[in-house]
Design a protein around this ligand. Structure first.
Ligand SMILES: [Fe+2]
Length: 169
């Protein structure tokens, strides 16, 4: 394990444990995480340009435009894009009762995966977000891995486009 990365400043909970398990791995902060986790000694902050150590294999884009910037990665060889929280795709029936109703209206369930609605509303700079999305869609995407829910193993570009219809139209 050479690198430990946080895709956004919500995903950081076990970095200390990972770092103690892999002390020689370099710890990479998502934008804003350094301020939040002053207890961790980060080696670098993720930016628009991939680190030289992985640039040949993995590209990355920062999706700005909301208070929570997220880093998306693209593994060229497998044509796989990796999203953190910006696309969520919980299977039908994952949530029950009022949570199910809420999740449905939050736009994070199959067959209509996407960004949680309260987060969509926080994208005040849609131009910046759209520009990031265009860079992502320029990748030759086949598969999409996400932190929450079912991945897309085929037609990944269409999956991403549909998940961001709220932003692109
Ligand atoms: Fe998450």
């Amino acid at each position: 394990m050479r690198f430990l990365v946080s895709p956004n400043r919500l995903h950081h909970l076990f970095l200390a444990e990972w770092k103690s398990a892999y002390p020689r791995a370099r710890l990479c902060a998502s934008p804003g995480l350094r301020r939040k986790r002053r207890d961790l000694a980060f080696d670098a902050e993720l930016g628009e340009v991939p680190a030289p150590e992985w640039a040949a294999d993995i590209d990355q884009v920062l999706v700005r435009g909301s208070p929570l910037t997220e880093v998306e990665f693209f593994h060229r060889a497998s044509r796989t894009v990796i999203f953190g929280d910006l696309i969520q795709n919980f299977p039908r029936g994952w949530f029950t009762g009022w949570r199910g109703v809420y999740a449905h209206f939050d736009g994070i369930c199959a067959p209509n995966p996407g960004t949680p609605r309260e987060w969509r509303a926080m994208f005040l700079n849609r131009r910046a977000a759209r520009a990031a999305l265009q860079r992502i869609l320029a990748w030759s995407i086949e598969r999409v891995l996400i932190a929450h829910g079912e991945p897309a193993m085929t037609d990944g570009a269409l999956f991403v486009r549909n998940a961001f219809a709220w932003l692109l139209t």
